[in-house]
Design a protein around this ligand. Structure first.
Ligand code: 2AM
Length: 173
């Protein structure tokens, strides 16, 4: 019989006030688009996509998360962009060494759980709209400062139109 599996990923979920501002600032810009808007509570920056994981292997992943050491840092969200192939309209932070450090630390530790590191370079982004068409212009948005003081393990749950995301556990720095 099939063992239960979950689609896991590590991510940063913005606190409600930042989440609300993201929606307020970006909605007017993406509104004319025909894509599928992510629910406000689903907005996140993926740190590492782990993928289908047998539930019995989850404890290795939560244990390495227990050992992560980081201090709070600020992410400045301000760049709107679009990827043609996955048809995603996204919002990205300014480059952040602290964010890369966190991703690198998690990646290194995860290898002990048998996780194979992603070969593509890490591109931090918040997906705003899926099945999106490109915008005609990508206006700058006022920089939004988000103090990151926690990261989460989350699961992706298939739904009819789009996946929904559920936080499994949260680790404070
Ligand atoms: P996306 O928003 O750009 O699609 C859960 O699927 C999260 O993991 C999403 O934020 C998704 O990014 C991200 N992710 C990264 N690599 C992925 C992959 N190979 N398959 C699915 N999701 C991936």
């Amino acid at each position: 019989p099939d063992t239960p599996k979950e689609r896991l990923f590590f991510a940063l979920f913005p606190p409600p006030e930042i989440r609300d501002q993201i929606v307020k600032l970006t909605r007017p810009l993406i509104q004319p688009n025909t894509g599928i808007e992510l629910q406000a509570t689903d907005l996140h920056i993926t740190l590492i996509f782990i993928g289908e994981t047998e539930t019995q292997h989850k404890s290795c992943i939560t244990q390495i998360a227990d050992g992560i050491r980081a201090t709070p840092f600020t992410l400045t969200l301000e760049t709107l962009g679009y990827w043609e192939k996955p048809r995603i309209l996204w919002l990205a932070p300014q480059p952040s060494p602290d964010l890369h450090q966190l991703v690198n630390q998690l990646t290194q530790q995860l290898s002990t759980c048998g996780y194979q590191a992603e070969l593509r370079p890490y591109q931090a982004h918040i997906s705003l709209l899926r099945k999106a068409s490109p915008l005609t212009t990508y206006p700058p948005i006022p920089p939004l400062a988000w103090t990151v003081d926690a990261f989460c393990l989350a699961r992706s749950i298939p739904h009819s139109q789009e996946n929904r995301y559920e936080i499994i556990q949260r680790w404070l720095f």
